[in-house]
Design a protein around this ligand. Structure first.
Ligand SMILES: NC(=O)c1ccc[n+]([C@@H]2O[C@H](COP(=O)([O-])OP(=O)(O)OC[C@H]3O[C@@H](n4cnc5c(N)ncnc54)[C@H](O)[C@@H]3O)[C@@H](O)[C@H]2O)c1
Length: 246
C-alpha cells in the first residue's frame, strides 16, 4: 500500500521541476493528485504521464497569486473529493538580481507569487482540510543564495508564515512544515548550469559534490505529507547535499 493511499493532494506549480516530480511520486504512492500551474501545456503533459501509470489526477490552470483562482479550485476539489488532505505550496519564481538592481515592480511580482501565493494557499485549504479531520501543508522555501534579494526576502516571509500557520492550525490537526532545497537542477536554475564557472563555484560549496535532483526534494516532501511525519509541525527540513555557507 502506498504512503498516500486515499489522500487528496494539491500541488501548485506542478508542471515542471520539483513540483512535477512530487506529482509523479504522490500519484505512485496512491494519492489523488490535484496538479495546478499557470503553464497549461506542462500540466497536461504531467496528467498524461500520471494516467499512463494508472494514477489518479486532475489538472487546473491556476495562478497562485489570484485569490479567485484559489476559491474556484478548492470548491471544485471539495465537490469532486469531499475533502483535501495535503497542500504543497511549491510554485515559485526567481529574479536573479541583487538588491540595488531590483525594481519595486520586480519585488512586488516575486512577492505576489512566492509569498502571497502560499498565504492564499494556507488560507483557502483550511476548511477542506477540517472536513478531512486534519491535513498537511508543506511550503517550499530555499536555503538562500547570492544576488536574489526579492526572492530571498519572499522565502523569508513564508518561513515565518509557516510558523504562524502551524500555531493557528494545530487545533485542527493540520500540520504545517517547510522544506529548504539547495541547488536543484530545474528550469529555474538552468542559467547557473549553462555557465560552467558559476556551476563549478556552487557545486564546490556542496559537501556531496553535486547538485540535487527534483526527486530528491520530492521524497522529503512526501515524508512531511505522509503520516510518517505525524509528530512534526512548524519544522524546517533542509535538503541541500550539505551546502557550506561562509
Ligand atoms: N531549483 C532550485 O534550485 C530550488 C532551490 C530552492 C528552492 N526552490 C523552490 O522550489 C520550488 C519549485 O522550483 P523549481 O526549481 O521546480 O522551478 P521551475 O521553474 O522548474 O517550476 C516552477 C513552476 O511554477 C510555475 N509557476 C510560476 N509562477 C506561477 C504562478 N503564479 N502560479 C502557479 N504556478 C506558477 C511554473 O509554471 C513552473 O511550472 C519553487 O518554490 C522554488 O523557489 C528551487
Amino acid at each position: 500500500m502506498g504512503k498516500l493511499e486515499g489522500k487528496v493532494a494539491l500541488i501548485t506549480g506542478a508542471g515542471n521541476g520539483i513540483g512535477y516530480s512530487q506529482a509523479l511520486l504522490f500519484a505512485q504512492e496512491g494519492a489523488s493528485v490535484i496538479a495546478t500551474d499557470v503553464d497549461t501545456a506542462a500540466g497536461e503533459k504531467l496528467i498524461r504521464e500520471i494516467q499512463k501509470k494508472n494514477g489518479k489526477t486532475m489538472f487546473f490552470k491556476h495562478d497562485v497569486a489570484r485569490e479567485e483562482d484559489w476559491s474556484e479550485i478548492i470548491a471544485k476539489v471539495t465537490k469532486a473529493h469531499g475533502k483535501l488532505d495535503i497542500l504543497v505550496n511549491n510554485a515559485g519564481i526567481l529574479i536573479q538580481k541583487d538588491l540595488e538592481n531590483t525594481s519595486a515592480k520586480e519585488w512586488e511580482k516575486v512577492f505576489e507569487v512566492n509569498a502571497k501565493g502560499p498565504f492564499l494557499g494556507c488560507k483557502y485549504v483550511a476548511g477542506a482540510m477540517r472536513k478531512a479531520g486534519g491535513g498537511s501543508i508543506i511550503n517550499i522555501l530555499s536555503i538562500g543564495g547570492p544576488s536574489a534579494a526579492a526572492y530571498e526576502a519572499s522565502k523569508g516571509a513564508v518561513q515565518l508564515l509557516t510558523k504562524a500557520a502551524a500555531i493557528d492550525y494545530a487545533k485542527d490537526n493540520i500540520r504545517v512544515n517547510s522544506i529548504y532545497p539547495g541547488l536543484i537542477e530545474t528550469s529555474m536554475t538552468e542559467e547557473i548550469f549553462k555557465d560552467r564557472v558559476q556551476r563549478n563555484y556552487f557545486v564546490s560549496k556542496i559537501l556531496l559534490g553535486r547538485a540535487g535532483l527534483p526527486i530528491e526534494v520530492a521524497k522529503a516532501v512526501l515524508f512531511l505529507a505522509s503520516d510518517d511525519a505525524s509528530y512534526m509541525t512548524g519544522s524546517e527540513l533542509v535538503v541541500d547535499g550539505g551546502y557550506i555557507t561562509e
